[in-house]
Design a protein around this ligand. Structure first.
Ligand code: FAD
Length: 339
């Protein structure tokens, strides 16, 4: 059988592979074994040392390295992936569904006369490959098979365990790439919202803020500024990712008190995102279905709400604390700060 190629890329250090890349490697190993196909790993990084994390795979490693590949950029990344694919001649190409590769993979598939599917959550089938993905806001799960080669599959981050082994000097075959004229110079990164970046897809914990944070509290007053401080302090101590209910992010346009660091990018739910985190903590949120549908891939769900009759208590959370989130988070922050 023709080889399976797994494409990987380095993180912002340039010398280590991203977690999502290492997850794709695990998926590639399992698939190659099941289909009895050779496995080839492709690396795009500033520094060839990034490939050392793959030494223990025993697979053939092709790499394109150098300063031109330090930053994501369509022209250089597309040329690099095309060169890796031409060097490996695979029938199946697995790649992490990262923003870097999601941007170029369809174009590369087109250049190679291949096919592409994205948001893949599972690979199955013994003789032929079947892939699983979700449609309609994670409500419908579909299994697909496609003829046509090479078949590019962008794997959803968080769906495989990352390849984890001791780092050793890898035997790497450098692949030459002819870069087109580069018109784009990457001058730096700027967060989508003002201030600190709060959306962290790789975080172990999703912290969700609901509209209750900016509602009148038992003393008859709104404490939005205090709410903001409590939330940001918790995020800086834990590096959790920040999600929000729709009601809270909509409030800015309704002229109500707002938390300035939240945008619609933070919204979780039917009309928001469906992130993958091992744990989630919802605060001041009612737990209504259009919101909770976005928690489908959060494994351990906890909520803090004043309302003992909220959606979370009706079977949507594993643990619900019927308590004042201001008091609970203030105590939690105090404990985190005392480490
Ligand atoms: C078509 C459609 C799509 C939608 N899509 C989404 C979506 O993608 N995401 C989404 O989130 N919503 C969505 N919604 C809206 C959703 O139905 C809810 O209206 C919304 O999630 C409610 O937000 P909330 O729970 O933060 O606010 P509220 O319903 O106002 O609840 C606030 C909660 O905070 C609690 N509270 C207040 N003070 C405290 C305190 N000190 N301590 C602890 N708890 C406190 C209150 O008891 C209350 O339970 C959608 C609705 C529709 C119709």
């Amino acid at each position: 059988m023709e080889p399976i190629l797994v494409l990987t890329h380095a993180d912002e250090t340039g010398a280590a592979l991203t977690r999502a890349s290492l997850e794709a490697v695990t998926a590639g190993q399992a698939l190659a074994q099941r289909l009895n196909a050779p496995l080839i790993l492709g690396v795009v990084a500033a520094d060839q040392a990034a490939a050392n994390a793959l030494a223990a795979t025993g697979a053939r490693i092709l790499a394109i390295t150098g300063p031109d590949f330090a930053q994501p950029r369509y022209a250089s990344d597309a040329a690099a992936l095309e060169a890796l694919c031409r060097a490996a001649s695979p029938s199946i190409v697995l790649a992490p569904g990262s923003s870097r590769f999601a941007r170029v993979a369809a174009g590369v598939a087109h250049r190679l006369g291949g096919r592409i599917d994205t948001h893949i959550t599972a690979l199955s089938g013994d003789a032929t490959l079947e892939v699983t993905r979700w449609f309609y806001r994670q409500r419908i799960e579909a299994r697909l098979h496609r003829d046509g080669s090479p078949w590019f599959l962008l794997l959803e981050p968080g769906t495989n365990a990352p390849f984890n082994s001791t780092v050793a000097a890898a035997i790497v075959e450098p692949v030459a790439v002819a870069l087109p004229a580069i018109r784009t110079t990457v001058s730096g990164l700027r967060a989508a919202s003002a201030g600190e970046q709060t959306i962290r897809p790789d975080a172990k914990l999703l912290f969700v803020a609901g509209a209750g944070w900016t509602k009148k509290q038992p003393d008859g007053q709104v404490h939005a500024a205090e709410a903001g401080e409590l939330i940001l302090s918790f995020l800086s101590e834990t590096h959790a990712s920040l999600g929000s209910s729709k009601s809270l992010v909509d409030q800015g346009s309704d002229g109500q008190p707002v938390l300035p660091f939240l945008t619609h990018m933070n919204q979780i739910g039917q009309t928001g995102s469906t992130p993958r985190h091992p744990k989630g903590l919802s605060t001041c949120c009612h737990g209504e279905e259009p919101h909770v549908v976005g928690w489908r891939f959060v494994n351990d769900r906890r909520a803090i709400s004043l309302d003992p009759n909220c959606g979370w208590t009706r079977g949507k959370a594993d643990v619900v604390y019927i308590a004042d989130a201001f008091k609970v988070m203030s105590k939690v922050n105090e404990l985190l700060g005392s480490d």
